[in-house]
Design a protein around this ligand. Structure first.
Ligand code: FAD
Length: 323
């Protein structure tokens, strides 16, 4: 039976995050031919709405309010609840992003409905859909079926392919006016850390450095390779603890979970807590001086060598391919 599915789009600095399109593709599978309604919350997001239609949304609802300029669970919660109340969807899809991870359980518990989080694949459609999600830090996968009632799903970025963009597709864009009141948190200022360049959680290529990088300056060759490949730089906790880089780059059990097409681990030993954040990457390349390093057990390609020799060589070769 076809279902109406809401999808929460995410915009950052005037651009939609790719996971918004991936969530529409997931919604398509859940809806079984039903309506897909994207929701955009912010202070000025209307102009982004048509892009969501081109990626498969049938309709877009925007809620614009000065209090939605920055994410707060209070503000976004009130806006999303108003949309849910108006639309009465049978499922809601979020990205498994910092925002989605914070907001989805709060709203789901408020509505007393089920939440399947961190979904990496959906098998089947509609009521028969089975949600695949990693458990035990990615060492196993469980398959979850939701029996009845509306369901909340968060999807891990980079795992469900977006639908092919259709520039000719049209759809209704409407706005909903919501009074946002009694905010317990007001964001006065956002101070950026090291988030310039490609977003680590959505990057197709990640070049990660570990304690083997040896210093803050040691990350420079990794950054250069990341720039050539259009990727992002990540790190192990070893590198963060040693103050070689910011904790916002940490990948692993207590850091970010990434699933890029290409993950290059340089000077990382491959501790289980690190593997929890990257072992589902499509292709893993490990560069390590120690041939016995654990990282080689999960690597598709292993290079035993000094990262300060290997990384610049790779950068030069990739530069040649780009010419
Ligand atoms: P090391 O283990 O010191 O490895 C450095 C590697 O670099 C070695 O294999 C060495 O051979 C190699 N090397 C040295 N010089 C070179 C060179 N010139 N060229 C090539 N290779 C070289 N860790 C995470 O990463 N993410 C997490 O989220 C995380 N969460 C944790 C949570 C808990 C509760 C705990 C207890 C630990 C957690 N850890 C996490 C830490 C984890 O256990 C490891 O200590 C950490 O991952 C080690 O980082 P590393 O591989 O960079 O350092």
């Amino acid at each position: 039976m076809s279902k109406k599915v809401l999808v929460l789009g995410e915009a950052r600095e005037g651009a939609l995050r790719n996971v918004s399109y991936e969530a529409i593709a997931a919604a398509k599978q859940i809806s079984e031919g039903g309506e897909i309604v994207s929701v955009l919350l912010g202070d000025s997001v209307k102009e982004l709405a048509t892009e969501l239609v081109k990626y498969g949304a049938d309709r877009v609802i925007t809620v614009e309010h000065p209090h939605l300029k920055q994410y707060t669970s209070d503000g976004y919660g009130q806006a999303l609840l108003a949309v849910i109340d108006q639309e009465k969807p049978e499922a809601i899809v979020f990205g498994h992003t910092a925002l989605g991870k914070d907001l989805s359980p709060k709203i789901a518990s408020k509505l007393q409905v089920g939440l399947v989080s961190d979904v990496t694949a959906i098998e089947g459609e509609g009521d028969a859909a089975v949600y695949v999600r990693p458990i035990y830090s990615g060492k196993a996968f469980e398959k979850v079926k939701v029996k009845d009632g509306i369901k909340f799903i968060t999807i891990r970025p980079n795992n469900i392919a977006p639908l092919v963009k259709d520039d000719g597709k049209t759809g209704d864009v409407s706005s909903l006016s919501v009074e946002i009141t009694n905010l317990r948190t007001i964001i006065k200022e956002v101070v950026r850390k090291s988030s310039e360049g490609v977003d680590l959680s959505e990057a197709k290529v990640v070049i990660a450095g570990g304690r083997g990088v040896k210093s803050e300056e040691g990350f420079a060759p990794l950054k250069e390779l990341a720039d050539v490949l259009g990727g992002a730089v990540g790190a192990s906790r070893g590198a963060c603890d040693a103050d070689y880089c910011d904790y916002s780059l940490q990948i692993g059990q207590t850091g970010k979970v990434v699933t890029p097409d290409l993950y290059i681990a340089a000077g990382i030993s491959g501790a289980i807590q690190h593997l929890a954040g990257m072992s589902n990457s499509k292709i893993i390349v490990a560069i390590n001086k120690d041939p016995e390093a654990n990282i080689f057990k999960v690597a598709d390609y292993g290079i035993v060598g000094d990262l300060f020799e290997v990384i610049p060589m790779l950068t030069e070769e990739f530069k040649k391919l780009k010419v």
